[in-house]
Structure formats: structure tokens, C-alpha cells
Design a protein around this ligand. Structure first.
Ligand SMILES: NC(=O)c1ccc[n+]([C@@H]2O[C@H](COP(=O)([O-])OP(=O)(O)OC[C@H]3O[C@@H](n4cnc5c(N)ncnc54)[C@H](OP(=O)(O)O)[C@@H]3O)[C@@H](O)[C@H]2O)c1
Length: 354
């Protein structure tokens, strides 16, 4: 045993390096040097992969080794190997899911009656959220994971910074209650859809039908659904993070590397990847539900929105309006309601499977 990372990286008898330190500074340096010296690397570090994945993949490719990162997305769900190996011959058209356990814990607690602030505090006490929770609650962690999944699914370089992203910090218990009333669960959903050569990717709070696979994960669990042209839909639900699933996935990667080394085979995953332009969010249309703060505003709010060119209908038994077809991120709806002095919460998209 040694605490000297350089001694491990520079040892010619070491063929595999496992990086478990996190962050993007020392980890990037250690991983890059290990790959440059012809060592396979196993990591769970999605921040590192989001920041330097493209260079590290290229470095691995140039040195005939592989970067393994099953533990970086989906915890116990073996999604990376599935995309890299089992579905390597498949034309995937959509990948979507609840990929951040922290926000799912918070939204599950809000569905059980907590406020956002209480739910976050509880998540921090139980170790499901970090002291600085911004990466999770602002959707960055989900965007990093979506970028990785999209790269593997669509063989395109997708930068997490280019992914349209809205977190959960502005959600209110009334939004969760509205969803329940309409038969939906409120989830932070990450999705990428590929049509022709264009990709639509976003991380957003979305209403999902309560009998949908995306409504299943409770607390820190995750759910991922892949739609392939030949396979149709494949769905997975499981523990999304935590040290045991993470360690299990890393050991699985280690054993896979050792098998390849023992048999003298090389597992090369780094195919040439094209850049891709993401579809602007405003061009993506979905049904939405919008909660008004005052029940008495329903008729006047409908009239104001119709005058502004929107088609809406009232959701029975609630102070909500439904849009069958609204552009994601349409800010004009709130401008119309603000001008009419009708307090409301932002419209929330309603998920429809493709
Ligand atoms: N925990 C999970 O559920 C989970 C799930 C998926 C992915 N991951 C990923 O796994 C990685 C580690 O996460 P974690 O939760 O285990 O973090 P952690 O509890 O902070 O553990 C990091 C460990 O690395 C050590 N370390 C930090 N910098 C180092 C350096 N420069 N040289 C040597 N050792 C160093 C730390 O030692 P000191 O304590 O002495 O500083 C600590 O023991 C991260 O990339 C994370 O994103 C974790």
C-alpha cells in the first residue's frame, strides 16, 4: 500500500489505475498521465468526464487503452456497458431518465408534503445532498450525465454546458400537488432525442404520468429509458448513487479490464464522434400545465392567453391551465400573466413517450 499516487502511476507493473478522488484538478492530471503511460483507467468521476471527457477519450485511444466509467451514471444500473456493448449495433433514437438521486429525493419528500427547503435540509442530513447542493439542484449533475449518455447513445460529442437546463429550486409544493391532482409525478428529467442529424437535449422538471417508469424511482433512486429503432423501449430502475453501488460498478469495470488483459484482447470504445448542433429549446413543443395562484383567475387568465395567441383549457377541479402544445421555455406566457396581474407558477411540461 502507498499514499503516493505518482508511485502508482509511474510503476511499469501497474496496468490499471482506479481514480476515486473526485474533482477535476488532481484527478485530471492523474488520469491523463496514467492513460499516456498506457494504463487503463477506471473512474466514477462524472465532473471529470464532463470537463475533460473528449480529451481523455482521445488520449486513451492514442495509447491503445480504455477509460472505464460505469459508476459515473446511474449507480447500480449498468447503463454504460449496455450502451457501449449490448446496444453497440442499435440505432438509438431517445434516451431519457431520472438520473439525479438528490433531486429525486427532494421531489419525493415534497410529494409527501415537505417544502423545498425542508426536503433539501433532510437530504443533506442523510448524506444524499452535499453542503453546496447547486450542482444537483440546478441540474448540472444531470446535464453532465446526459452529455455522457448522449455521447454513447448517439456517438456525438455533446457538451453539458450546451444542454438546456432548468433545476428544481423554483418548484413549489403547489406544483407537486397540481401534478398529483392531474395524475402526474413531478421529476427532474434528462432527455436526448435524435432526429435525422439533430439532437434535442434538456434537463427540466417535468410532469410524468404516475404509472410511467419515470414515476417509479423513490428517494435517491434513478430510472433510465432507452428507445432503439430495433429494440423498442428498454427501461431500468435502480439505486442511483451511494458508495456500495458505485464501488460495485467500479469493481465490475476493473474485472472487465482484467479479463481483456488476461485474454490479450483490446476493448476499444472510442469511435470517431461528430460534433452536433442541438435543437434550440424553443423549437421543441410539449403539452404543459400551468398553476395559477388564485382559483378565481382561471377564466380571465385563459382569456388573456387566448388574446395573446395561445390555446388553453382549464383543468377541472384545479386553478390550472393546460396547453396541448407549447414551446419549451416560452417566457411570453408568464409575461402575459404578469401584465394582467395574475400570479402564476411557470408552465411545467408534461412528458409524452415517443
Ligand atoms: N459517493 C457516491 O455515491 C458516488 C456516486 C457516483 C460517483 N461518485 C464519484 O466518486 C468520486 C469520489 O466520491 P466520494 O463520494 O467517495 O468522495 P469523498 O468521500 O470526498 O472521497 C474522496 C477521497 O479521495 C481522497 N483524495 C482527495 N484528493 C486526493 C488527492 N489529490 N490525492 C489522493 N487522495 C485524494 C480524499 O482524501 P481526504 O479525505 O484525505 O481528503 C477522500 O478519501 C467522485 O468523483 C464522485 O463524483 C461518488
Amino acid at each position: 500500500l502507498t499514499t503516493d499516487a505518482d508511485a502508482v502511476i509511474n510503476d511499469p507493473n501497474v496496468h490499471v489505475v482506479m481514480e476515486c478522488i473526485g474533482g477535476t484538478d488532481a484527478a485530471a492530471d492523474y488520469v491523463a498521465r496514467a492513460l499516456s503511460l498506457g494504463k487503463h483507467v477506471v473512474t466514477a468521476n462524472k465532473d471529470l468526464l464532463a470537463a475533460h471527457g473528449a480529451e481523455l477519450d482521445a488520449l486513451a485511444d492514442n495509447h491503445g487503452v480504455t477509460l472505464w466509467y460505469e459508476a459515473a451514471v446511474g449507480g447500480a444500473i449498468p447503463i454504460i456497458r449496455l450502451l457501449r456493448e449490448s446496444l453497440a449495433g442499435e440505432r438509438i433514437v431517445e434516451i431519457a431518465g431520472v438520473v439525479n438521486g438528490t433531486t429525486n429525493f427532494i421531489l419525493s419528500a415534497m410529494a409527501a408534503g415537505s417544502t423545498y427547503a425542508d426536503a433539501l435540509k433532510r437530504a443533506q442530513e442523510l448524506g444524499f445532498a452535499e453542503a453546496d447542493p447547486r450542482s444537483d439542484v440546478e441540474g448540472w449533475d444531470a446535464a453532465h450525465k446526459l452529455a455522457l449518455l448522449s455521447r454513447l447513445a448517439f456517438r456525438r460529442y455533446v457538451k453539458s454546458t450546451a444542454i438546456a437546463r432548468r433545476g428544481i429550486t423554483a418548484l413549489r409544493p403547489q406544483d407537486v400537488a397540481l401534478g398529483k391532482h392531474l395524475g402526474y409525478a413531478l421529476k427532474l428529467l434528462a432527455f436526448s432525442r435524435c432526429e435525422e442529424e439533430t439532437l434535442t437535449s434538456a434537463v427540466l422538471p417535468v410532469f410524468v404520468p404516475s404509472d410511467h417508469i419515470f414515476a417509479r424511482p423513490e428517494g435517491p433512486q434513478c430510472a433510465i429509458r432507452i428507445v432503439g429503432q430495433a429494440t423498442g423501449a428498454l427501461s431500468f430502475v435502480g439505486t442511483g448513487a451511494g458508495r456500495e453501488p458505485t464501488a460495485s460498478a467500479m469493481v465490475g469495470d476493473l474485472l472487465a479490464v482484467l479479463r481483456h488483459l488476461a485474454h490479450g484482447t483490446a476493448f476499444r470504445t472510442n469511435r470517431r464522434m461528430a460534433d452536433v448542433t442541438l435543437t434550440p429549446l424553443e423549437q421543441v413543443r410539449m403539452p404543459h400545465a400551468l398553476g395559477l395562484d388564485r382559483e378565481g383567475d382561471v377564466a380571465a387568465a385563459s382569456a388573456a392567453l387566448e388574446r395573446a395567441g395561445y390555446t388553453v383549457r382549464a383543468a377541472e377541479g384545479t386553478s390550472a391551465l393546460l396547453f396541448d402544445d407549447l414551446a419549451l421555455g416560452d417566457g411570453n406566457v408568464m409575461r402575459v400573466l404578469n401584465a394582467a396581474r395574475m400570479p402564476a407558477r411557470c408552465p411545467i411540461p408534461i412528458w409524452r413517450d415517443r
